[in-house]
Write a protein that binds this ligand. Structure first.
Ligand code: C5P
Length: 243
């Protein structure tokens, strides 16, 4: 079977307090999403990098321009991305809808058994090594799974007055990241039979069907850029990766 990366990138980034959607904010002089796309394109097993935009998106030109005119220090993944990139404009109102629309559009070119690695456009610090470990660990798995990291902080459940009601044991708790890797047919079926409002990642759609996705150890560096301060952290991680 084949491996395809699918990036839902139709979000508005409302928590960033910026008029530019977060996936297009400048990061080391390039649109944030370009770093994300390149990280996936670098992985040899990944045949296609499919980005799913909102139909109203007027920003992707920034990525295409940067891709067409790489700077003096073009990233090694640049050429691979130019070959593997495919742009769909069928994003929806929720992340789940965006992914489902993308999967439907890909149905004519993929087999049900092909693997789809769904990755947040807003996780630009993804390292190829983590993607390769995910693929190697899951390619003969019956269900699939996701990158995740064990919870390091002590967790508190609050009452309505924001006082501690209980301490939640962090044992066996993980934070879900992306990529999340599932077979095209299984993922589309799962996303087609659950309410979007309950779904914040692809794994939860499969869980709702009684399946148990596998957790594959990821890296703390694979942050999701959500708040303005995250951009500074992403800059540091990317600089450390290239130096
Ligand atoms: O908002 P959040 O950070 O959870 O979004 C995660 C990913 O889902 C982002 O890459 C965002 O662009 C994407 N998304 C989407 N369509 C939506 C909402 C979010 O593709 N309607």
């Amino acid at each position: 079977s084949r491996f395809i990366a699918l990036l839902p990138a139709a979000g508005s980034g409302s928590r960033m307090a910026s008029s530019t959607p977060k996936q297009y904010l400048p990061l080391l002089g390039e649109p944030l999403m370009l770093h994300t796309l390149r990280a996936l394109a670098t992985v040899a097993q990944i045949e296609q990098v499919v980005v799913v935009l909102s139909p109203e998106d007027e920003w992707f030109d920034l990525v295409e321009t940067a891709l067409a005119a790489p700077g003096d220090h073009a990233h090694p993944g640049h050429a691979a991305l130019a070959q593997k990139l495919r742009v769909l404009r069928c994003g929806g109102a929720s992340r789940a809808e965006t992914v489902r629309n993308g999967l439907r559009e890909l149905a004519s070119t993929l087999d049900a058994a092909d693997w789809v690695l769904v990755h947040d456009a807003a996780r630009p610090c993804l390292q190829a090594g983590d993607v390769i470990r995910l693929i190697d660990s899951l390619q003969s798995d019956p269900v699939g799974g996701l990158l995740a990291v064990p919870v390091a902080d002590t967790l508190k459940r609050a009452d309505a007055a924001e006082r501690v009601a209980t301490t939640v044991s962090r044992e066996q708790l993980w934070r879900a990241q992306t990529p999340q890797m599932f077979r095209h047919g299984a993922l589309l079926a799962a996303l087609s039979s659950c309410a979007d409002s309950n779904i914040t990642d692809e794994a939860s759609a499969l869980e709702a069907q009684g399946l148990a996705p596998r957790l594959i150890m990821g890296s703390e560096r694979n942050i999701k850029v959500t708040y303005p301060a995250d951009l500074a952290l992403a800059t540091l991680y990317l600089q450390a990766a290239t130096s």
